[in-house]
Design a protein around this ligand. Structure first.
Ligand code: GDG
Length: 497
């Protein structure tokens, strides 16, 4: 839940240009009952809808598909920004779900969103992979937008309802809301890692962020380590009492830090993968790439956390050392545009494009590039066709909350084949133990992992993929949402200190 839009989805359109999910029929979404009798109110930086020629329709993607039916059933509301600066749209409703826009000005977009959220918090929460910018002006805007969200929630949440707030852009909202509405049950899910205390304490406003989050009854994290890091920060900075079971007590309030690894809509990906059009497109992609023996695939937002550059360097070294052969092995890298106004992202793009040019210049043949690089947001069914075409999927982030691409790749491989190379620093590594796991900082290990994947015997490939697919089927995004909401419902609302 990190970018434009701030949900783990990007616009999904069919290859003929029509939206893949213009409308999500209620019948398709209804089977899951909300695990609480109380109305649910969601808050996220972005609303779960996109503009179409006919108005608005739900943004496609797993998270929205999981939450939409619950909201509709519970008579709930989603509070968020439309994505356009200064858009003070009136509340509206899409397919039975009430949507409540929160206005964000052009200046706040720069200071709160690109600045504090994506140039201070994002790098700090990802191992400080880039220098954070800490600016009082950005912090002021972050507080102002969080306050606006809290006021909107306080005004619209029905009495004793359940409020579920999402991600690092809104960490102050829980305590702001708690002060105004002690009757509410408040949950928060952090989609990105929570850093170790020794990094987190660099943040000039570290106490305020912890206090903000401790307004919750339940905070969900992707990995046990994230929950432990948060507990350690609360204990060290605010002297909160913490229990090994995740309970945190401060000033008469109780918050639980729990672990809820997010997942994907497995059925949706499997259905797209099984479609005739997808199968045809997969064959066409292979043919267009020159029918190579092995297609290696990378799919990422173009973010410096994702390790795209080191993956390209490992591929280049393997070609150089003749462990891979440019006539038999090709790489496709989809790098989705993201946060283009932020300087670290401009630098990362320049470096990746330089590397792609260098590798192609050295190893390609006329009409047959060895790296196919797409700086584009592809239609979702095109992405699934690519997943199916990919023999080896390279997911090598330096740090990643979960990484849904790794799960989507496995779900798309309904043929039971394919190898996933996965960084141990992606949250998905906890569950996807049948992947070829690697420390991406170790260049030789990464090269060896790629060769191991390329040369893996069919029997082993299939055995591992079966394990991966079984694991993913066991925990889809619907189950994730249901587990979080059930745990939240089970907490006792804290009272105002
Ligand atoms: C954050 C956390 C956590 C990518 N390119 C295209 C496209 N995508 C879609 C993928 C996938 C999503 O974007 C990316 O999700 P990830 O999980 O891989 O990464 P982040 O965007 O960084 O997400 C992450 C997540 O939140 C959820 O909690 O897992 O750790 O950083 O769904 O399919 N979709 C389309 N075209 C593209 O070109 N249509």
């Amino acid at each position: 839940m990190s970018d434009t839009p701030d949900l783990p989805v990007v616009e999904r359109r069919r290859t003929d240009g029509t939206p893949a999910d213009r409308t999500i029929p209620p019948a398709e979404l209804d089977p899951l009952r909300a695990p609480t009798d109380r109305p649910i109110v969601i808050a996220a930086n972005r609303l779960p809808v996109m503009r179409t020629d006919d108005g608005w329709s739900p943004s496609p993607g797993g998270l929205v598909r999981a939450l939409y039916p619950m909201l509709r059933e519970s008579g709930g509301t989603w509070v968020g920004w439309t994505g356009d600066a200064d858009d003070a749209a009136e509340p509206f409703s899409v397919e039975g779900v009430d949507l409540h826009p929160v206005a964000v000005s052009a200046e706040e977009m720069e200071l709160y969103y690109e600045g504090f959220s994506n140039d201070a918090l994002w790098p700090l929460y990802h191992d400080a992979l880039r220098e954070s910018t800490y600016s009082g002006e950005q912090w002021d805007a972050y507080q102002a937008v969080n306050e606006r969200f809290a006021i909107a929630l306080a005004n619209i949440a029905p009495e004793n309802s359940v409020v579920w707030i999402h991600d690092y852009q809104l960490q102050l909202v829980p305590a702001m809301l708690r002060r105004q509405r002690p009757d509410l049950t408040i949950g928060f899910f952090l989609h990105i890692p929570f850093p170790p205390a020794e990094l987190f304490t660099r943040l000039p406003w570290r106490d305020e962020i912890i206090q903000g989050l401790l307004g919750c009854d339940l905070i969900g994290f992707q990995r046990p380590k994230d929950a432990a890091n948060f507990q350690a920060a609360a204990s060290q900075l605010l002297d909160a009492d913490t229990d090994p079971d995740g309970t945190i007590r401060l000033d008469g309030g109780t918050t639980i830090a729990g672990v809820f690894p997010i997942s994907i809509d497995v059925t949706e990906v499997e259905e797209i993968a099984a479609g005739r059009a997808t199968r045809q497109r997969t064959s066409q992609i292979r043919a267009r790439l020159g029918d190579p023996e092995v297609i290696m695939l990378g799919v990422d937002r173009l973010d410096y956390t994702k390790g795209i550059g080191l993956r390209l360097k490992a591929f280049a070294q393997l070609l150089e050392d003749e462990r891979l052969d440019p006539t038999r092995h090709v790489m496709v890298q989809v790098a989705t545009p993201t946060r283009e106004a932020v300087e670290h992202y401009q630098d990362e793009r320049a470096e990746i494009e330089r590397l792609v040019g260098e590798i192609n210049g050295r190893f390609s043949r006329i009409g047959l590039p060895v790296v196919h690089y797409l700086y584009q947001t592809l239609p979702y069914d095109e992405l699934v066709a690519l997943y199916r075409a990919g023999d080896v999927m390279l997911v090598t982030p330096f740090r990643d909350g979960m990484n849904l691409v790794a799960k989507e790749y496995c779900a798309a491989h309904i043929d039971g084949d394919g190898v996933l190379v996965l960084s141990e620093f992606a949250g998905a590594a906890d569950e996807l133990t049948e992947a070829v796991q690697v420390n991406p900082h170790d260049d030789r290990a990464l090269q060896d992992a790629i060769v191991e994947a390329v040369e893996m015997h069919r029997h082993e490939r299939r055995g591992r993929m079966e394990g991966l697919r079984n694991q993913i089927r066991k925990s889809d995004v619907q189950g994730w949402a249901a587990r979080f909401l059930a745990a939240l419902d089970a907490t006792t609302p804290t009272t105002t200190p």
